[in-house]
Design a protein around this ligand. Sequence first.
Ligand code: ADP
Ligand code: ASP
Ligand code: MG
Length: 439
Amino acid sequence: MKVLKFGGTSVGTPQRMKDVSRLITSDGESKLVVLSAMSGTTNTLVEISDYLYKKNPEGANTIINRLEQKYMSHVDELYQTQEWKERTRQFLIEEFDYLRSFTKVHFTSFEEKVVLAQGEIMSTNMVTNYLLECGVNSLLVNALDIVRTDKNAEPDFNYIKEKSNEMFNANKGYEIYIIQGFICRNAYGEIDNLLRGGSDYTACLLGAAIQAEEIQIWTDIDGMHNNDPRIVEHTEPVRQLHFEEAAELAYFGAKILHPTCIQPAKFAGVPVRLLNTMDPSAPGTIINNEFQPGVIKAVAAKDGIACIQIQSSRMLLACGFLRKVFEIFETYKTSIDMVCTSEVGVSVTVDNLSHLDDIIDELKKYGTVNVDRDMVIICVVGDLNSKNVGFETQACQALKDIPVRMISYGGSNHNISFLVNASDKKPTLQALSSTLFKK
Ligand code: ADP
Ligand code: ASP
Ligand code: MG
């Protein structure tokens, strides 16, 4: 069985929902289909939550009413028969009444997660109703019964595997199984989510859990491009990536994939294909275990990075110094991305800034601490095995006019990373594209 995930734009209008329905039923094969919320909905639910946090029920109600009108207008466009129009309208009335009920309660992060979950709950109900109206033998599966995170907020893979296989055993013979992306329960049974863009993660977790034949991520672009198409002009799709190359690109900012979604697919050895809903016959990108030697594949950028430098002529390189430094980050559950050491100092980067001040205070015990905020990691991915000569030189040569704060090379065979100021992000990405991918 294949797992197909459709993102927000792919189900963003009634017409797109119809197109997706046609696409998933065209070959008659049974599929597990993961859906995001309609595009813009999760952002609107975040906005509603912001008003509720600020104890502004009128503000929240205005946005809820506007969203309700939009959804209600989709009903007439999507369904043919009065029966399905009425059923879906009734479902949406209950949904929006439920959202309005949050204006009357004390609003915490727990309520926020319940509010955010409604986008995927609405889109999956609407598409399943459409499929049923069209006579497709389809089943709506509740992600809250199958996807769970553990006490560290990491997916509980054994649970997901057990529950998804149980679900298929108990519900044999459907053509289409529809499930919500993004939403899950946490270790305490509360409604939670896999963070923004998390539907990709749901698809890869489920694909790995049921040992799918393939995981397909359908979005609004023809696969992984060799640079960020939102910033650099004339980027090109990359036809094939190794799991590790894709994992690095996703983690270091290629928005087409959730940062950690490739890991489960990689461990299960299930290939991931990135495809374009707006151009279904385009080849897209296949992510698998094959490695193409001698090729630089793509560049990505991760924003919002802080760089912390600790200098200590006395203690650095003394046994255990780095351990003590890293333990401070561990205490504050802050993971480190890049590390560079020298005789008298060490620099590290982090993207979680929530405990930065506490970390800095503790690091001061060990030396002089300098912090640069508003930095960007630029990651070049491909065959960067140290046995090759020339590729890292080409990447460095491209940046000859850019002030580079840190360089990290040799951590894996697939990556060289540069840390630059946020203001230099665009020229850095452009310079790398014109040097590494020139025709
Ligand atoms: P979805 O809603 O389907 O999950 P996303 O907006 O999350 O879609 O991801 C697709 C978008 O990712 C593209 O429209 C594109 O602007 C952006 N993107 C950023 N970097 C890349 C890249 N290297 N290759 C392809 N798309 C990228
Ligand atoms: N709807 C969620 C979001 O907008 C999850 C997703 O689309 O992947 O982040
Ligand atoms: Mg996405």
